[in-house]
Design a binder for this molecule. Structure first.
Ligand SMILES: *Cc1c(COP(=O)(O)O)cnc(C)c1O
Length: 224
């Protein structure tokens, strides 16, 4: 069930700060997406390729679909015709595959690089060194990668009640974001996105420089 009141409040709060709200609709029916769309929401996030591929054709075509989960290279082709932004790119191989599939459809796909900030083994992403290696590689091969646009960084904090830890993890991501922007993307205004913050920690993320929050349960209710 969609909570339109919470959505309206959140939308007003985020608009005042120029922060993009991605409504995370994973596991929720298309009717819930449609309800938020009718209220004015346009950015939606999904984690599972099959679910996204099922929902996309039955919902309005001007929805900006964000793929926020871990994406396997062999599945890029299914979402390449329509996906707007892929949040969790963490290998050069995946980046190349996204470029290849985007080229087939004559489009440019926006991507974010995922920085591993959580104190948990289970979460994907690159550490700072790995990301610099990837970006050096990207710089060297940029001319052959014309169908992707790197727009910023994404990260997920540790699932913990320790606010100080979450804050430190988001601060680490934001500092690295600024470093990467100054080093590799100084002349590229489209590198402008820091995707941090979920239902439980978005206030901390905003205080630490988020420009895009990914909010699911707060809008759609708890997932089963
Ligand atoms: C599910 C998910 C979210 C949304 O989480 P909520 O706690 O429901 O707001 C955000 N980002 C990612 C990567 C997710 O998998």
């Amino acid at each position: 069930m969609v909570n339109l009141e919470v959505w309206q409040q959140l939308t007003n709060e985020l608009a005042a700060k120029s922060i993009t709200l991605v409504a995370v609709s994973k596991t929720k029916p298309a009717a819930d997406v449609q309800a938020l769309y009718n209220a004015g929401q346009r950015d939606f996030g999904e984690n599972y390729v099959q679910e996204l591929v099922d929902k996309q054709p039955v919902l309005p075509q001007d929805i900006r679909w964000h793929y926020i989960g871990h994406l396997q290279s062999n599945k890029v082709k299914y979402i390449a015709p329509f996906v707007y932004l892929i949040h969790a790119v963490d290998s050069f191989k995946l980046l190349q595959e996204i470029d290849k599939q985007a080229a087939k459809h004559n489009r440019t796909i926006n991507i974010l690089l995922q920085l591993h900030i959580a104190n948990e083994d289970t979460k994907h992403g690159l550490d700072e060194r790995g990301m610099i290696e990837l970006l050096d590689y990207y710089e060297a091969q940029k001319d052959t990668l014309q169908h992707i646009q790197i727009c910023g960084l994404m990260g997920m904090a540790t699932f913990t009640d320790d606010e100080a830890q979450v804050r430190a993890e988001f601060a680490r991501l934001h500092n690295f974001y600024k470093h990467i922007k100054a080093t590799y993307f100084i002349a590229q205004p489209q590198f402008n996105t820091c995707s941090i913050g979920m239902s439980g920690d978005y206030n901390i993320a905003i205080a630490e420089g988020s420009t895009m929050v990914r909010i699911g349960s707060m809008l759609f209710g708890a997932r089963g």
